[in-house]
Design a protein. Structure first.
Length: 541
């Protein structure tokens, strides 16, 4: 078992995980053991990062501290909280710790937030459960938290529901909930996954400030090694349920010992897409696209203002071309994807796809075009039905093509192989996969229909660097083979640069700059583009 380097702090650790084994049982028999003999400790005020590929056991190890795993999970070993073994603690004791002394930020905010409750209710409910405050005091604390995590105009967001926020804004709400009761330990499971580069920096600096101010200990789970390098004091590397290397951050990054650690550190998206022909036909043209959402107030719900999610946007896309779309959370990137696929109403302007304007079409008229216009959503868990097997999810669209059952199954097998998943996994269900594996399933579901236009909304945000690199290379290879066009939405500028022929920069629903990818990255013209690139460069150093 790998040794954790000695900490100079002579005080006892806040958390000690000793020889932790986690297995899952079915009918009294262990069917898998995803965590095998994991040991680490966290000091007061320290940030320990757990890194590794999807499915390595990072999240399971972290969630075991609060015993959040399903009822058929079985634990062995010890998890000591200030000397108290949490594996032996009662449910009432665990309730005191959860959300109180121990906060957690989950990887997928849309599935962690209650869709029926407002943002204010969800945050204040957690505050009132653990603190003796009035509702007015809880509301004031909620506003302070929303401001701290970078929600613009938090007063206007108190009555918003999760679906009314962008992916990055939902993640910030999750962070606010986790910090609500000033915990001693914060378990941050991919806390910056859905955030743009400028906000990633703000959130990690916020956590760092809280570390120093309150002695907050942080267990950071992340695939973003550049952020780990800059903010964590120690790093533990996990592979297939075991810690293969653990060391102080500077030592591990400068002199990695284990071959797997060396592989992780060397994994960066690279290269450029194959050039498209100059005479490639135009597949998609958008002109003066507007999508405004009304703000209603008062008893009669009169419209007093609008949220201008997209305001006068125009773009064109050629067959076989990839257009990267970048911008901060809430800039309108995902709304653009929903507008093109007609998943939102109130769209104004023109969206001409394969010579046909999609805006005036009814949903029935759009149905035949869906095969050629596919989207991969940001949140793979929320977009995959928990009631269907992976094979059923991927083959759902194939049923409309008139294929035999055998032909459908072969297409599913081919699609799973293309995204580097075991074809036998088609008999399993989404909850049995890691976040990164679920994203690959979502990509397979879109590719199986062989679309002409593939829209990817943050497709690599939940993936570790090694898998990001594989997915980027896979998408470029498939694009070259099949010739589909691609709109690639991401806050990860390294991935955008490796994927895109051209890049479009959005800010508050407006296009502020668009150019060939190489030229935009080397000579950005707009101050906002320059700001984005500067933040991306800072996080990579």
């Amino acid at each position: 078992m790998p040794l954790t380097p000695a900490n100079n702090n002579t005080a006892p650790p806040l958390v000690q995980v000793k020889n932790l084994h986690v297995s899952f049982e079915q009918f009294g028999t262990a069917i898998s053991q995803p965590v095998k003999g994991v040991s680490f400790d966290i000091q007061h005020g320290e940030m320990l990062a757990l890194v590794g590929e999807s499915g390595s056991g990072k999240s399971l190890s972290a969630q075991s501290i609060m015993r959040l795993l399903p009822s058929h999970a079985r634990y062995q070993g010890q998890i000591l909280w200030a000397g108290e073994d949490l594996l032996q603690a009662s449910n009432s004791r665990l309730q005191q710790l959860r959300g109180g002394e121990i906060g957690i930020i989950f990887q997928e905010p849309m599935t962690s937030l209650n869709p029926l409750h407002t943002i204010e209710k969800q945050i204040s409910e957690n505050i009132l459960q653990h603190q003796q405050l009035t509702k007015a005091q809880a509301q004031q604390r909620t506003l302070e938290l929303l401001h701290e995590v970078g929600i613009p105009e938090p007063q206007k967001r108190l009555n918003s529901y999760p679906h009314e926020l962008s992916g990055g804004q939902r993640q910030r709400v999750m962070i606010a909930m986790a910090l609500a009761n000033n915990p001693k330990l914060l378990i941050a499971d991919e806390p910056t996954t859905a955030l743009d580069v400028t906000l990633q920096e703000q959130i990690l600096q916020l956590l760092q400030t809280l570390q120093h101010k309150f002695g907050l200990a942080v267990l950071l789970i992340s695939h973003d090694l550049s952020l780990v390098k800059r903010f964590a004091q120690r790093v533990a590397v996990m592979q297939q349920g075991e810690i293969v290397e653990s060391n102080h951050t500077a030592t591990l990054f400068n002199a990695p010992q284990h071959p797997y650690t060396q592989l992780l550190l060397a994994a960066e998206p690279e290269g450029v897409p194959a050039p498209i022909t100059q005479d490639a036909p135009t597949l998609l043209t958008i002109d003066n696209l507007r999508l405004w959402f009304p703000i209603k107030k008062g008893f009669w719900q009169r419209v007093v203002d609008h949220v201008k999610a997209i305001d006068g946007l125009g773009l064109h896309l050629k067959k076989g071309e990839t257009l990267g779309v970048v911008g901060e959370s809430g800039s309108g990137k995902s709304t653009l994807a929903f507008a093109i696929t007609r998943l939102v109403s109130n769209t104004q302007g023109t969206i001409v796809f394969q010579g046909q304007d999609l805006v005036p079409l009814s949903q029935k008229q759009l149905r035949p075009l869906r095969k050629d216009l596919q989207i991969v959503f940001q949140d793979p868990y929320g977009s995959l039905s928990p009631r269907l097997s992976i094979g059923q999810i991927i083959s759902e669209g194939l049923e409309l093509l008139g294929l035999t059952t055998q032909q459908q199954e072969q297409r599913v097998i081919n699609a799973l192989q293309e995204v580097e998943l075991d074809p036998e996994s088609r008999h399993r269900y989404p909850h049995e996969f890691s976040g990164g594996q679920r994203q690959r399933i979502a990509i397979a579901r879109a590719l199986v229909l062989e679309p002409q236009l593939l829209i990817l909304d943050e497709p690599t945000s939940a993936l570790d660097r090694t898998v990001q690199k594989q997915i980027v290379e896979l998408l470029r290879q498939l694009q070259q083979q099949r010739g589909f066009a691609c709109i690639f939405i991401s806050h990860d500028l390294k991935v955008v640069r490796a994927m895109s022929h051209r890049v479009l920069v959005m800010h508050h629903g407006v296009v502020v700059e668009t150019n060939e990818a190489q030229q935009l990255f080397e000579q950005p013209q707009h101050p906002y583009t320059q700001q984005l690139l500067k933040a991306a460069l800072a996080t990579s150093t």
